[in-house]
Design a protein around this ligand. Structure first.
Ligand SMILES: *[C@@H]1O[C@H](CO)[C@@H](O)[C@H](O)[C@H]1NC(C)=O
Ligand SMILES: *[C@@H]1O[C@H](CO)[C@@H](O)[C@H](O)[C@H]1NC(C)=O
Ligand SMILES: *[C@@H]1O[C@H](CO)[C@@H](O)[C@H](O)[C@H]1NC(C)=O
Ligand SMILES: *[C@@H]1O[C@H](CO)[C@@H](O)[C@H](O)[C@H]1NC(C)=O
Ligand SMILES: *[C@@H]1O[C@H](CO)[C@@H](O)[C@H](O)[C@H]1NC(C)=O
Ligand SMILES: *[C@@H]1O[C@H](CO)[C@@H](O)[C@H](O)[C@H]1NC(C)=O
Ligand SMILES: *[C@@H]1O[C@H](CO)[C@@H](O)[C@H](O)[C@H]1NC(C)=O
Length: 468
């Protein structure tokens, strides 16, 4: 305001004494000044809004809904917060593209196939740029536990190579603990990791499935007494990782974990009360394989579609009912007599059908063997959907449409199929674990999902909460 009153002073003082031709430049200067002032005030308003929004975000995080661009016009101020102003305008333009271009990417065809969905990433450039930033700056504090802790088996990483159906949980912890994201300094941490393992608790005879809820409750009480970090946000900047579906009920006696913390879980259904979409994140269920994925030209894939599994859900019953004896859709129930790998390599499409849970390892299996996954699991919040455009490498079919399955799959043109299959080969690296992580593998992708959900500002609930 000092500037503007100076100008006004100059203006009022000099206008009368100068000749009229000075009036025009002076007015122009004044108008420009007012314009600049208006710009500054509106910009600072914007920044205030961002501060405010970031505040809110630290309590209830927002994330991009699947299928929409990575950075919609609202709800991404967390990411913008640290950025220079230049980047703000770039971001709000959606990486330089306009709204009509962005919506063109998500139009659906009549059978739910998005014919224009050719790109694997919602926005590759933004992902690459943010990934580098995440890789440089993201810091995780892990609650420390000693080797002689009586629950070291549950709290420390396993000392063998994780395997089996729920390996994702153990892999994540093992890789995280050796990674450059870990900090010993809690003041520089973006997020706090709760290192308990649901899978290990389940198998610990002192705990077992019935004891998990009490254990989690006690663990949270313990860390909230011993450290100031939990109380600061009531857990909102904490996360845990679990793949077994028992993790869903494990938080029943620790409601703040369920309501506030970031749950990175395999059983990620929009339909279940334990999972809070947009706050929590989907962890891919991956059967670990160490060798390089095999390759097979698409023309060698003779079968239209393949499924193998037990009948443990109404959805699978429906599949059985319609496609049991089909000559093109091979649906095997019970023990498979041929090698699983050969079936996945010999089929164009591989079916992922909801069983007890929306998730199984079948999606990652299909991707590994270069088979286009067909996802029949309503309400599945698909892994990495913030980043990856699932319509570009999979076919999502509603349970209701199981009778139309053959029609839908045959309705996919060979060009479209080649594109889907080509994209499968592109995305499969994101669905692989490595003991020594490789850029863009499952570990880094989960880190990125966490980074999207981090809080950049922490509320100080009370002055005393930071003492001790
Ligand atoms: C958005 O971009 C498209 C394609 O470049 C163009 O046709 C359209 O007019 C643009 N729309 C706006 C609102 O700028
Ligand atoms: C893809 O989009 C273009 C316009 O952007 C349209 O002309 C074309 O028909 C679309 N293709 C399909 C297969 O829907
Ligand atoms: C991420 O960080 C790791 C460890 O510092 C480094 O080896 C890797 O090259 C980085 N990746 C990218 C894409 O920056
Ligand atoms: C665990 O080891 C530490 C030293 O590393 C020791 O101070 C502590 O008393 C031990 N705790 C138990 C329960 O044995
Ligand atoms: C909580 O702390 C108590 C006392 O130190 C300990 O006996 C108990 O094992 C801890 N429980 C958990 C789940 O960490
Ligand atoms: C956190 O809050 C709990 C419950 O209100 C309290 O028992 C605990 O002492 C607090 N922790 C710290 C470090 O102040
Ligand atoms: C499939 O074949 C079995 C015998 O091989 C027969 O009992 C059954 O009715 C057939 N199911 C369908 C849906 O055609």
């Amino acid at each position: 305001m000092t500037n503007s009153s100076l100008i006004l002073h100059y203006f009022s003082h000099h206008r009368l004494s100068f000749k009229t031709f000075f009036f025009i430049p002076t007015t122009l200067a004044l108008v420009t000044t007012l314009f600049v002032l208006f710009y500054i005030s509106s910009t600072s308003h914007l920044l205030h809004f961002n501060h405010h929004h970031t505040h809110i975000v630290s309590v209830s995080r927002k994330k991009t809904p699947p299928g929409s661009p990575l950075f919609p016009d609202s709800g991404h101020s967390v990411s913008k917060y640290h950025r220079p102003l230049v980047d703000l305008s770039k971001r709000s333009g959606g990486g330089g593209r306009n709204a009509s271009q962005r919506s063109a990417g998500v139009e659906l065809g009549s059978n739910g196939n998005c014919m224009n969905n050719t790109k694997v990433f919602h926005d590759r450039d933004i992902f690459r740029e943010d990934y580098k930033w995440m890789n440089r700056s993201f810091r995780i504090y892990i609650y420390p536990h000693k080797r002689n802790d009586s629950f070291a088996n549950v709290l420390l990483p396993v000392d063998f190579e994780p395997r089996g159906n729920y390996a994702s949980e153990s892999y994540f912890k093992k890789v995280l603990m050796k990674s450059h994201f870990v900090t010993k300094d809690p003041t520089e941490a973006d997020l706090f990791f709760l290192p308990f393992s649901i899978a290990r608790l389940r198998h610990d005879p002192r705990i077992g499935s019935p004891g998990i809820q009490n254990f989690i409750r006690d663990y949270i009480v313990n860390i909230s007494r011993k450290y100031p970090y939990w109380n600061r946000t009531d857990g909102a900047d904490h996360f845990y990782v679990a793949c077994h579906s028992i993790g869903r009920s494990a938080m029943e006696k620790a409601w703040e974990v369920k309501l506030n913390a970031i749950q990175v879980v395999c059983s990620s259904s929009y339909f279940l009360s334990g999972y809070i979409a947009h706050k929590d994140a989907s962890l891919p269920q991956i059967w670990p394989r160490q060798t390089d994925p095999p390759n097979l030209v698409p023309s060698k894939r003779k079968k239209l579609a393949f499924f193998a599994g037990s009948i443990n859900s109404p959805v699978r019953e429906k599949l059985l009912q319609f496609w049991r004896n089909d000559s093109e859709i091979y649906a095997h129930f019970g023990r498979l007599t041929t090698p699983y790998a050969d079936e996945l390599l010999g089929s164009k499409f591989c079916l992922h059908v909801k069983g007890f849970e929306v998730n199984t390892a079948r999606i990652a299996d299909s991707l590994y063997y270069g088979c286009v996954p067909v996802i029949i699991a309503n309400h599945y919040d698909l892994p990495f959907a913030d980043i990856l455009n699932w319509k570009s490498f999979s076919v999502v079919v509603a349970t209701l449409d199981i009778p139309l399955l053959k029609k839908i799959l045959k309705g996919i043109s060979s060009d479209r199929y080649l594109l889907l299959q080509h994209n499968v080969l592109k995305v499969r690296k994101h669905f692989q674990w490595h003991l020594f992580p490789v850029d863009y593998d499952a570990f880094y992708m989960v880190m990125y999902e966490l980074w999207l959900r981090r809080s950049s500002l922490r509320l100080q609930l009370s002055p005393s909460s930071d003492s001790s």
